[in-house]
Design a protein around this ligand. Structure first.
Ligand SMILES: [Cu+2]
Length: 104
């Protein structure tokens, strides 16, 4: 299990960040706009769309979203996976990274 903190710039657009093959839970949102804060269903700033297991999380401008990723796997060695924005133009412009999982 790893906790990731995903930050979006203040002057930006919403980015639906997607992780291949592993699931995660949204731990909380901070620095959300009033528009997003109004939708919170708990004290951690999460909206109803953040509840349950996820493979994609929407990160609004100015926000920090914390997620807990379950990297449980049943393979030997290392494999590469993708973490990227799900908007095609963003992905093609470089909002995509490899994530190496497993022991060498
Ligand atoms: Cu994007």
């Amino acid at each position: 299990m790893e906790v990731w903190e995903i930050r979006n710039e203040e002057r930006s657009m919403p980015h639906p960040m997607h992780l291949h093959s592993f699931r995660f839970r949204v731990l909380g949102r901070t620095d959300s706009s009033e528009q997003v804060s109004r939708l919170a269903v708990d004290g951690r700033g999460r909206t109803v769309a953040d509840l349950g297991w996820k493979d994609t999380v929407l990160v609004w401008p100015g926000e920090i979203v914390r997620i807990a990723v379950d990297f449980s796997h049943g393979f030997e060695g290392q494999q590469l996976y993708l973490f990227h924005c799900h908007i095609l133009e963003h992905e093609d412009s470089g909002m995509m990274v490899n994530v190496k999982v497993g022991e060498p």
